[in-house]
Design a protein around this ligand. Sequence first.
Ligand code: C5P
Length: 311
Amino acid sequence: MTAATTVTVRVPAKVNLQLAVGPAREDGYHELVNVFHAVSLYDEVTVRRPDSAARVSGISLSGATGSDVPQDSTNLAARAAELLAHRIGYRGGVDLGDLVDLRIHKAIPVAGGMAGGSADAAAALLACATLWNTGHTVSELAPLAAELGSDVPFALMGHTAVGRSRGEQLTPLTCTVTLHWVFALAHGGLSTAEVYRAYDRIRPQAPEPELSHALTRALEAGDAAAVGQALHNDLQPAALDLRPELARTLQAGADAGALGGIVSGSGPTCAFLARDGEHARELAAELEWSGTCLRTVCAHGPVPGATRTQG
Ligand code: C5P
């Protein structure tokens, strides 16, 4: 069998069903109980061995990119490729362009609280491991993923899981129902670090985070209405402090009959839970009509993590 010259990996966005944020630690991170849920909104990362004759640049972007996705070695997917190359002693060259050509097709909102950058990093790890035939399993890639960012290991794993510590120590959770979501996208993004700083200002004495048993019971029972009731995000007041207009988006979703509504992660995307796919489309239409968001996208979860689709 000849080695693949092009590998494509599809990787899902996430929404946090519970994000309980404890006090800031000495290393600046916060102790979390973070219930991740992977949804069917995907970025695609394609890697190729560089063809020096045709090589234009190490990284190219397409899709809903917005303006603030870096196209140099500061891109988290590029850093993932470099980290893996470094660990295996791959001798492609010194520059990213000599290692690999990276193409990212984005559908996950940029800086939207849905871990798009982390997803691309996870996809790049898996794609490069395949391209370079490193023999790493997905679980062997997890420690490298954790070095790249707190949400990257979950993007490899997918489905539904609770992340502890920084969010990178994962335990799978049972979810016996397909949940149907509407995501209300906002103009511009929010910096995760800035939202955590606002959280520290608003809540300087945060208690130790604890997993919501109402949520885990609802997921196990497959009770979407109870999941909707149990959605909770400690970062929501901080995101609303920075972007007060999101309160109108949340209100519009509640008025339209969502089972629950929440700011996704550090925002500014808002996530609304629907009864089923048809209800999701109705909610999406109501939210668009309300004029309180840029646009909406429907998706379902849980779905698997980073998955190879070519090569
Ligand atoms: O781990 P990652 O690089 O994705 O985190 C981005 C930022 O979010 C961190 O620099 C930190 O400010 C904040 N963060 C945090 N506590 C966590 C995870 C992230 O304070 N558990």
